[in-house]
Design a protein around this ligand. Structure first.
Ligand code: SF4
Length: 439
């Protein structure tokens, strides 16, 4: 019986893929290895959204080369977004000749067969599909267990934001049929799941490629009707496609959490246009106002890119101004990283690293101050927390999330893990709230 180990980079889409990879392998008799060093097969499921992510993969492959020299029977497989890029497989063969199997984003269901081929042929194999093909339903999956689960509702993206590699490596947008999604959520709930995260590159355009009247609002209504499910989250929302109809629907559905991750990316209209985002900062302000009006207490988080090609100090000041005006609960901030084959990689005015770093620093300082102030405003409030486990750094503390996706640590019995509890917030930090269980 062979054992496997997976190393996952990047977003929740990849996390979900890796659950399917684990399910496929276990169906074929593989078991999860107790440690990386003990595995017969090591799978790296990669990300290519930034250059840093790719460098990490090559760094890890360098470490694995030592393991492979000690154990020549070890099979190393690399797949996902990074290998799906044109020319990436050849590059990997040259840079990391000890990799035995290279697969893409569209054929993870082939993985067990490809691994068998590698064992049989005793030579490297590469299989990358150019096009996405039909959605394969009913694949086995192995989740980490617990009360939360990821559910993919659509694959790929049609937007072609000028900096983004996703449409090239994940293909065009394909929505899963609502009945398949509802069935999967129902099965998860039957297994004890209380919270699902519905995943898509742009959940707001869900269903446009399906026949009939289905859209994201209708899908949420269907999922909201599943008995036993307590919380629904979704990610990622595109501001251009976030309609008032959807906001009204969200306000009616009791299980949909009051948290919207709404990447704005930049605060300058000139840069937003160069990014091909399809909205202006004024549109974004209107959307935020509507969200806050219809969903009282909603938390709004975002993604921001600094140092996009041609970004002037004035453009950057517009981003800082937007952040100050919107008052995000939290933001993921990134330095622009050119991705081969994207429109932005060819734009003039690529900025020096030093400029990007300095802007990132200023942006993070501003956002950290806002995040902390937002958290401090919650001290004294009672909030519902879904207890997910214990704190990584302090096992005496339980750890969970509010409906607004705030991380909360508090002392309590391990029996509370997996339960919804009321917690009074006693202390606030930038990334964390501390509290006590309300008797
Ligand atoms: S919406 Fe834009 S940024 Fe998001 S995945 Fe699609 S192309 Fe990339």
């Amino acid at each position: 019986m062979k054992s496997y180990w997976t190393i996952v980079y990047g977003c929740q889409m990849n996390e979900r893929d890796s659950e399917i990879i684990a399910g496929l392998l276990e169906e074929r008799g593989y078991t999860r290895a107790p440690a990386l060093e003990k595995a017969d097969v090591i799978i790296l499921h990669t990300c290519c959204v930034r250059e840093k992510a790719e460098n990490k993969v090559y760094g890890k492959l360098g470490q694995l080369a030592r393991l492979k020299s000690k154990n020549p029977d070890l099979i190393i497989a690399v797949g996902g977004c990074m290998t799906q890029q044109p020319g990436a497989a050849e590059e990997m063969r040259q840079k990391a000749p000890h990799v035995d199997l290279i697969y893409g984003t569209h054929n993870i269901h082939e993985l067990p067969n490809l691994l068998e081929r590698v064992s049989f042929l005793r030579q490297p194999v590469a299989s990358i599909w150019d096009t996405e093909g039909e959605i394969v339903e009913g694949l086995p999956h192995r989740t980490a267990g617990g009360v939360k689960a990821l559910v993919t509702i659509s694959y790929g993206c049609n937007n072609f934001c000028s900096y983004c590699i996703v449409p090239y490596v994940r293909g065009r947008e394909r929505s899963r049929r609502p009945e398949d999604i509802v069935k999967e959520v129902q099965e998860l709930v039957d297994d004890g799941v209380l919270e699902v995260m519905l995943l898509g590159q742009n959940v707001n355009s869900y269903g446009r490629d399906l026949p009939g009247e289905i859209d994201f609002a209708r899908l949420l209504e269907m999922v909201n009707g599943i008995e036993g499910l307590r919380r629904i989250r979704y990610m990622t929302s595109h501001p251009r496609d976030f309609t008032l109809d959807l906001i009204r629907t969200l306000s009616r559905l009791d299980k949909v959490c009051e948290h919207v991750h709404l990447p704005v990316q930049a605060g300058s209209n000139r840069i937003l246009e160069l990014m091909n985002r399809g909205y202006t900062r004024e549109d974004y302000f209107v959307l935020v106002d509507n969200l806050r009006r219809h969903l009282p207490g909603v938390s709004i988080t975002t993604d921001l890119i600094v140092g996009f090609p041609g970004e002037t100090e004035e453009d950057f000041a517009a981003t800082l101004d937007l952040v100050e005006r919107v008052q995000f609960d939290n933001a993921f901030t990134f330095m622009y990283s050119p991705r081969r084959g994207t429109a932005a990689a060819g734009l003039p005015g690529q900025l020096p690293l030093e400029v990007k770093k300095e802007r990132l620093q200023r942006l993070m300082e501003l956002q950290n101050r806002i995040s902390r102030a937002k958290n401090e405003a919650l001290v004294g409030r009672e909030m519902e927390v879904l207890v997910e486990g214990t704190s990584e750094n302090d096992p005496t503390q339980l750890s969970g999330r509010t409906r607004t996706h705030k991380l909360v640590h508090f002392p309590g019995s391990q029996e509370l893990i997996g339960k919804l509890v009321q917690v009074r917030i006693t202390q606030a930090q930038t990334w964390l709230l501390k509290g006590e269980v309300v008797a």
